[in-house]
Design a protein around this ligand. Structure first.
Ligand code: GEK
Length: 247
């Protein structure tokens, strides 16, 4: 059923900034799986992490939910935790509409509400788990600390932020190695040189990536007592930050 991503397959007269519109929605699962090394592994592990941190009577947030892949992982992970609810947010109307249809295809007792809004405006309350799965990289850099502070404030003690991002290596000599490995990954998944270069041009103004050290510093600044990374594949990493000491 998944349509193949051929958005950048033909030479475009000029490459516009990337946006999450209907055209992207149609090919999104194929695009993210063929472009993001480790995406499937991260999603596979989210239920386990969720089950560990979800608390009865709390909310779980998926910020930048796209079609709801991480929302489903959260739902699987909190099924045994009483009175939990999930709030999934994305500011692309096309994504939210398709996510609604997608989520209806899976049965669960855990209520999910989808919101079409900017995650910078989302009120986070009584949260035990907050997921930012490849979303923070699209938020303007100067607003990232405020967003992380807001998430921290809305987490219960022992709550967790689960975040995955494309990263720049902390060591400048290592970065080109990781970038090349990523491009080889895309080639191995069938993307042409033209597709790789046009996608890079489309995304460079809208996706700004940080180093893991910058992310960890931001978590610390927000007040998280512990943080670290739990997965890395080339220049893509998944991290967690815990509020307080309770687990
Ligand atoms: C997954 N988490 O499959 N407010 C709300 N949504 C936003 C904002 C914002 N300010 N900025 C970007 N988005 C998903 C994958 S994709 C990652 C996340 C990628 C949304 C945007 O509309 C898109 O749906 C999503 O964040 C990023 O696990 O495509 O690389």
């Amino acid at each position: 059923m998944n349509q193949r991503d051929t958005i950048f397959a033909k030479a475009l007269p000029s490459v516009s900034d990337f946006c999450f519109d209907q055209q992207v929605v149609e090919v999104f699962p194929d695009m993210i799986n063929r472009s993001v090394p480790g995406y499937a592994s991260i999603l596979q592990t989210l239920p386990q992490l969720t089950a560990r941190f979800a608390r009865p009577g709390t909310r779980l947030y998926d910020l930048g939910c796209s079609l709801g892949a991480a929302t489903l992982a959260l739902r699987k992970g909190c099924e045994q935790t009483p009175e939990t609810e999930i709030i999934a947010v994305d500011n692309s109307e096309a994504m939210i509409e398709r996510a609604q249809l997608h989520l209806q295809g899976f049965k669960s007792q855990v209520p999910v509400s989808l919101h079409c809004e900017d995650i910078r405006d989302t009120v986070i309350e009584r949260a035990s788990v907050v997921v930012l799965n490849f979303t923070l990289q699209f938020v303007p850099r100067e607003q990232r600390q405020q967003l992380i502070n807001n998430i921290f404030a809305g987490l219960v003690d022992g709550g967790v932020l689960l975040i995955a991002e494309k990263i720049v290596a902390d060591d400048a000599a290592i970065d080109p190695v990781l970038v090349d490995l990523h491009h080889d990954f895309k080639r191995a998944n069938g993307y042409s040189e033209l597709e790789i270069s046009q996608k890079r041009a489309a995304i460079e103004n809208v996706m700004k990536i940080d180093s893991q050290a910058t992310h960890q510093q931001r978590f610390k600044e927000a007040g998280f007592s512990s943080s670290g990374s739990w997965f890395q594949c080339f220049n893509f990493a998944a991290m967690l930050a815990i509020k307080g000491t309770a687990e």
